[in-house]
Design a protein around this ligand. Structure first.
Ligand SMILES: NC(=O)c1ccc[n+]([C@@H]2O[C@H](COP(=O)([O-])OP(=O)(O)OC[C@H]3O[C@@H](n4cnc5c(N)ncnc54)[C@H](OP(=O)(O)O)[C@@H]3O)[C@@H](O)[C@H]2O)c1
Length: 310
């Protein structure tokens, strides 16, 4: 089977498509034929060695955390899935490797794909949806009628977070560029700020939750637009001091996504009922994946997610 692997941390050139033997699932694992895998910025952050603390030092490594595909074989004692089931899920950072024809996934980090969404859409759910649920529900304790600000509301995490915030019946202000204003409104934003033309700090509104998916709303400034009991949620920590601040503060939290089965079940249910739907911006084959990763890492802007299909 073909899989993208690398033997040392580094730039995109360390990645190679390699023929390797199909792996065998152990207990609590399943062998999945990957139909689609989505690309996230964390993929190149892990590859470059920026997240060694989470990805470890064992090589060779695969790349890609999100997947959707078909169950081919169950490890001993597994009963949750049948061969032929359509599934989606998440590979933890240390076990990344979904840019491949086949993968071994943990049964607990795999869920049945709702019939009404494609493999491409399902392969986008885990990382961005898990991050949004951890931020908004678990850390932000989102509730009805709250004023929510989502910075980067049409980005990967932001566009799912906007849809999830809508499900909770909140009033959403989204920040994006002019070209994406209509999309932001369709996703559920009630007000949209164009970050090139308007300054969020001049906006006459205070928020219960600010979800910063971009990483350019530092707490010192953002607290001026937070309500008294408001909270800033950041998924792009800027160093140790920032992380410590997030640990001790009740008004500032840093999120490092660790997707679990509960998140996957909730995302499946939200998708099955049509409440959330990832936007697919671009689809490429495994042969084009390394070049595509390079373009995205260099800043190519695609509205919605880029997926690798087999
Ligand atoms: N900590 C975690 O667990 C975790 C989990 C997932 C992601 N992340 C991180 O979060 C970041 C976002 O991930 P993503 O997948 O959402 O990336 P993405 O799909 O590339 O989205 C980034 C968005 O940011 C917007 N943007 C760029 N400059 C902006 C500005 N000055 N003001 C407001 N918005 C701006 C872009 O909007 P336009 O195209 O309209 O310019 C784009 O939609 C990445 O750094 C990723 O590594 C962290």
């Amino acid at each position: 089977m073909r899989k993208i692997i690398y033997n040392q941390y580094g730039n995109n050139e360390v990645l190679k498509i390699t023929n390797i033997e199909e792996p065998t699932p152990m207990a609590d694992e399943i062998l999945i034929e990957v139909k689609s895998a989505s690309i996230n910025p964390v993929d190149w952050k892990i590859r470059s060695g920026d997240l060694k603390m989470m990805s470890g030092k064992k090589f060779p490594k695969g790349i890609g955390c999100d997947f959707a595909g078909i169950v081919k074989k169950n490890g001993e004692g597994n009963s949750k899935f049948k061969v032929g089931d359509n599934v989606f899920g998440w590979l933890p950072y240390k076990e990344a490797g979904s840019f491949s024809e086949f993968i071994i996934a943990k049964e607990s980090l795999t869920e049945k794909k709702p019939d009404n969404i494609s493999f491409e859409e399902a392969s986008c759910l885990a990382m961005i949806g898990g991050t949004a649920l951890i931020a908004l529900k678990e850390k932000g304790k989102i509730t009805k009628n709250q004023e929510i600000l989502i910075n980067g509301c049409t980005g990967g995490v932001g566009h799912i977070a906007t849809q999830i915030a809508k499900v909770f019946g909140t009033k959403i202000t989204g920040i994006c560029s002019s070209k994406n204003i209509d999309v932001a409104k369709k996703l559920g934003a009630d007000f949209v700020i164009d970050y090139r033309k308007q300054d969020v700090y001049q906006h006459d509104k205070k928020f219960d939750i600010i979800f910063d998916t971009v990483g350019n709303l530092p707490y010192k400034k953002a607290k001026t637009i937070l309500k008294k009991k408001g909270i800033l949620l950041n998924i792009n920590p800027s160093g140790l001091f920032d992380i410590l601040h997030g640990l001790i503060s009740s008004k500032y939290k840093i999120i490092m996504a660790s997707v679990n089965n509960e998140h996957l079940r909730e995302l499946a249910s939200l998708s099955a009922t049509g409440k959330i739907k990832p936007i697919i911006g671009k689809s490429v084959k495994l042969d084009e994946a390394i070049e595509t990763l390079s373009l995205l890492e260099k800043g190519e802007r695609i509205l919605g997610k880029t997926v690798i299909t087999n």
